[in-house]
Design a protein around this ligand. Structure first.
Ligand code: 9WO
Length: 254
């Protein structure tokens, strides 16, 4: 997958490409990350990329022209690879990123490529969004100092779905569970630690019982911690029963 990133701080992305799953994906050629710095198209001797906001107020706004030139540079690189990438602006005003969308985009944009636009200051000139942005993407309801960390979050989430990116031991949780339910609790040795025990079923060796226990834990944790996620699923009678028993049992696993 080819991903172009338009950013004033390309060095930040070394944190992503230098380690672990993403680093390996880059080395294996599964992921190509290309940086485009609007500073190179800045105006005047000081390579200016920001200006004061019309209407007044504090802070600065990123100017259209340097960003548009970086976008054109990125598009040209995409074209050389026969790609037709979307431009995605990382912004708290965007649609909230979810795992189902990550999975869909990882497939879609393996064919098309992706250009991630990272804002700084108070943001970018709205006309650039109208003219050149296909989607706005938020990773959560908080304001940061720029779009770079959210862009890295998106690249990380997408890369995990690239065929061959994860090792044998790792799984992208391809089952339908990962989009719907929270994860179950995990344990490793020792079986008893300072009076805290590993649930006996996990030591039993009964694979079917382990699977059933894990599924129940996922359902109960989702119901107790993120009930908002339940509206997206059709609950089975068994799952409804587990949730109904939650309050009496005090066994929400949370
Ligand atoms: C600042 C601000 C202040 C008060 C109310 C709303 C506000 N929004 C912003 C804002 O969007 N500032 C941005 C800083 C300008 C563009 C880049 N910045 C950014 C991107 N901060 N946080 C993100 C971001 C992107 C995706 N997902 C979560 C946060």
């Amino acid at each position: 997958m080819w991903i172009g990133v338009v950013t004033l701080f390309p060095e930040m992305f070394a944190a992503l490409t230098g380690h672990g799953v993403i680093g390996r994906a880059v080395q294996q050629g599964l992921l190509e990350l290309q940086m485009f710095n609007p500073r190179e198209h800045g105006q005047g001797a000081y390579r200016r990329v920001d200006d004061r906001p019309y209407g007044g107020g504090p802070g600065m706004v990123m100017m259209i022209e340097p960003l548009l030139q970086s976008l054109q540079e990125a598009r040209a690189q995409a074209q050389e690879r026969s790609l037709r990438p979307w431009v995605v602006y990382m912004s708290p005003q965007g649609r909230l990123l979810r795992q189902a969308q990550v999975k869909a985009w990882s497939q879609e944009h393996q064919r098309l490529g992706l250009i991630l636009l990272c804002g700084r200051y108070e943001g970018i000139d709205e006309r650039l969004i109208e003219m050149a942005v296909d989607a706005e993407c938020s990773i959560g309801d908080y304001v940061l100092s720029g779009g770079e960390l959210p862009a890295m979050v998106l690249v990380d989430a997408l890369t995990r779905w690239l065929p061959g990116a994860l090792g044998h031991g790792e799984s992208a949780q391809e089952d339908s569970f990962s989009e719907v339910w929270l994860d179950c609790p995990h344990y490793t040795r020792p079986p008893s630690f300072q009076g805290h025990e590993v649930p006996a079923v996990l030591l039993s060796g009964h694979h079917a019982e382990v699977a059933a226990w894990r599924h129940r834990q996922r359902v109960l944790r989702t119901a107790s911690r993120r009930p908002d996620l339940l509206s997206a699923v059709e609950l089975s009678a068994q799952e409804r029963g587990w949730i109904a028993g939650m309050v009496e049992d005090h066994t929400d696993g949370a």
